[in-house]
Design a protein around this ligand. Sequence first.
Ligand SMILES: Nc1ncnc2c1ncn2[C@@H]1O[C@H](COP(=O)(O)OP(=O)(O)O)[C@@H](O)[C@H]1O
Ligand SMILES: [Mg+2]
Length: 337
Amino acid sequence: MPVQFKPSDIVRQLSEHVIGQDEAKRTLAVAIYAHFRRMANTAADSVELTKSNILLIGPTGSGKTLLCETLARILDVPFVTADATSLAQTQFVGDEIEAILHRLLDRAEGDLARAQRGIVFVDEVDKLKAVSGESRASSGESVQHALLKIMEGAPVRLKDGRHIDTTHILFICGGAFVGLDRILTKTHTFGFIATSGGDDQKILERLNARVKPTDLLEFGLIPEFAGRLPIVTRLHDLTLDMLIRIMTEPKNAIAKQFAAMLQAEGVELRIDAAVYRQIAELAIEYKAGARSLRGIFEEMMTDVLYTVPDHPEIRRVVIRSLFEAPQLLAVRPTPGS
Ligand SMILES: Nc1ncnc2c1ncn2[C@@H]1O[C@H](COP(=O)(O)OP(=O)(O)O)[C@@H](O)[C@H]1O
Ligand SMILES: [Mg+2]
């Protein structure tokens, strides 16, 4: 197993796909490193190292799912995502959880041993917060209890009669936790630090951004569930600059994808820097993080992709502004040809 991955290797590889979010990358990388060490050690060591599942807190579209997906690919372990909200809507939580583990087994192509070292990402766990007065059966709280069992490492019986051991399955939970910041500022005692200078302000922000288990309880997670998520890290709102980089830098960045598509038609795509900025500004207005970039980008490209295949003489597409029609440039026919 990939104990050979040092945390710095993991961060470097994550950075090929995920822009920014350095704090989350480092925390994840260290947690993963420890997780694989733990698995390698269990047989030999007398010290029982318990599993540390991870909680990723961050706004929508900031890269939580992307981080987990990329991580699973780097580690070459099976990976599935589950949505806590839909777990809370079902009558049969146990069946749903079994189905999640079954999907993990499918991803491992039926290899049980491989599935038992996979990663499960449970998104939107913040929607499971306990609400007083809600009936236990359908409440988020009961889903927390159900998830707790597999996060603790209980074996689960699958429909085909096999048992899947969840001891080494790593659970990463995610959520936006809207309102958590209010709890943090209320419960932290760092507020009195002088905040005159910019550096002080930064330190203060960092201290105040630390999430304590008690903050999660106040938010509405049950103590046992919060206790099973000892590693908490945060993703931050993406800045304009990061949004621009997301469109152009990652290995499968959207600009590279469209450039490759046009290149297949023998057409060169040139997009001015100003255009990326306009798209990023619009995405910030939409408040869905990097999620709206693709939609805006595709809209901009629709006419181009419609027109180009009909006009083999087009050799270059130049886009100078999001709000101006792209220029489709043909090569001048050489006389006599
Ligand atoms: N930090 C990031 N770096 C690169 N791409 C990102 C980043 N954050 C979001 N994206 C892009 O936005 C889309 C939505 O991100 P996702 O990871 O699903 O967000 P969420 O935090 O809501 O899980 C992804 O498909 C990805 O292309
Ligand atoms: Mg997500």
